[in-house]
Design a protein around this ligand. Structure first.
Ligand code: EPU
Length: 437
């Protein structure tokens, strides 16, 4: 059985919504629990399919994982430190599982992790992860689709800048690989994303000595051992941005609670240009209001603190209904436009050329069946459905389940007419599943 969202457009969203913990902080932190003996407690963890998958991977690596004994709590207890192979069947389901490479290597001296393939965002290589791990003294080879890293890191100088900027999970992997041992590691062009700063803080709470988390230069003094920790994860800035886009596209008024306004400067900047009112209520609360049709603007995705690629599709949805036209340039994943044909199904006017789209706002979108092509694209499609006339069915919502906790419940509480419906896949889909089983 699969599930889809059925959305009836035309409701203005209003009220308060609380943001969940950050998926992209939670996943590398779960992997980092491998670095300590004993039970690491993570708080404010979102209940997502990606989190559950990471738990399965950790179980296959000798951890006992207790998922949500209390809301938001995940406990990871390392009980067997002998496994070093992350199984292909699980790893191939989620790229972030590559984050176990660094912790396994640092703690167990060896790691075999399946080499991630391409995905709907494009090619997504791991050369920067590999280069970084080699630069701190481990050996890396490739065998039958696996990346095999051997030899405890000794420290060294690492440059993580790639053609598309620094790598976020690459920084996480090299940082985790470098925390144990007697060496000193300096990472230049490290990713500055808040999720990396949060991971560095978590590692420091385990006894690591990392300086410069959240800046482009990380200095890591290796330590002999790390202890388990009890650590709370930052709010999900991408979920927060998605609710801002929801307020804009429905001409709504949403108070977004338990968020961090300080990490959203690029989004604030775009909201000013688009005529979306974004008010900081306090250190953890934002109010997003949009009473008129937003103005179109240009968007360029960049590494943090630039406009996040993960908000490109939700904000493209807003541009689809804005006044005028805006140019969207994707500088992180030039191919992250699989959603464009789906958005067009609802009447969007988007012209695409290479990594650029020209989006001309239309006065009224019209509901249609369409499919999520990735997690953020799926969220953007739901937003389009909220603004469209009539019914929109959003298929393949398993993508959305990967990264938005209780998405439709939160939208419904704000006044959206949205329900989740199970359906039997068309026969061809069923045959494909049987063959894959
Ligand atoms: N890249 C390389 N070589 C590498 C690694 C990356 O060339 O070895 C390139 C990528 O192809 C891309 C750019 O560098 O063009 C940035 O990729 P990065 O490695 O930073 O992405 P990631 O770490 O795999 C994380 C998030 C993504 C988010 C990106 C960019 C997690 C688990 N995932 O991915 O989140 O889009 O950073 O900010 O943290 C999402 O949540 O929907 C999502 C896709």
């Amino acid at each position: 059985m699969l599930s889809k969202y059925v959305v009836l457009g035309g409701q203005r969203l209003a009220g308060a919504v609380a943001v969940s913990g950050s998926k992209n902080a939670a996943l590398p932190m779960m992997a980092a629990a491998l670095l300590a003996r004993g039970a690491t407690v993570l708080r404010n963890v979102p209940d997502l399919s990606d989190v559950r998958l990471m738990a399965e991977i950790l179980e296959s690596l000798g951890c006992r994982v207790s998922l949500f004994p209390e809301p938001g709590v995940v406990v990871i207890d390392v009980v067997d430190e002998s496994p070093v192979v992350a199984p292909y069947e699980l790893v191939s389901e989620m790229r972030a599982s590559f984050c176990v490479l660094g912790p396994l290597l640092a703690r167990r001296g060896e790691a075999h992790v399946s080499q991630p393939g391409g995905c709907t965002l494009g090619e997504r290589p791991v050369d920067l992860h590999v280069k970084g791990i080699q630069a701190i003294g481990s050996e890396v080879s490739f065998h039958r689709g696996n990346v095999i890293a051997k030899g405890r890191p000794r420290g060294g100088r690492v440059y993580l800048g790639g053609a598309m900027g620094p790598s976020v999970t690459g920084t996480a992997n090299v940082m985790c690989a470098a925390v144990l041992g007697s060496g000193v590691t300096i990472i230049d062009q490290a990713a500055c994303e808040p999720e990396i700063a949060n991971l560095a803080a978590m590692l420091n709470s385990m006894g690591a000595r990392i300086f410069g988390g959240g800046t482009s230069r990380l200095v890591i003094n290796g330590v002999n051992e790390l202890h388990a920790t009890d650590f709370s994860i930052i709010p999900d800035r991408i979920e927060c941005g998605t609710f801002i886009a929801a307020a804009a596209i429905t001409r709504g008024d949403i108070t977004i609670e338990r968020c961090d306004p300080d990490v959203l400067s690029a989004v604030f900047d775009k909201c000013v240009e688009m005529g979306i009112e974004l008010m900081r209520v306090d250190d953890h609360t934002l109010r997003a209001r949009c009473e008129r049709r937003p103005r179109a603007t240009d968007l360029v995705t960049l590494p943090y603190p630039g406009f996040p690629t993960d908000l490109q599709s939700p904000f493209m949805s807003v541009l689809c209904t804005a006044q005028g036209y805006g140019v969207v340039e994707e500088k992180i994943y030039p191919e992250r436009y699989m959603h464009v044909p789906e958005y067009r199904r609802l009447g969007a006017d988007i012209r695409k050329q290479y990594a650029t789209c020209i989006v001309t706002g239309v006065e009224q979108l019209s509901g249609a069946p369409a499919a999520s092509t990735d997690l953020r694209a799926g969220a953007g499609l739901v937003l389009m459905g909220l603004a469209a006339q009539g019914e929109t069915q959003v298929l393949k919502i398993e993508h959305i389940d990967r990264g938005y906790e209780k998405f439709h419940e939160k939208l419904a509480a704000l006044g959206a007419t949205i329900k989740r419906v199970d359906y039997r896949p068309a026969r061809r889909e069923e045959d494909k599943r049987r063959l894959a089983a």
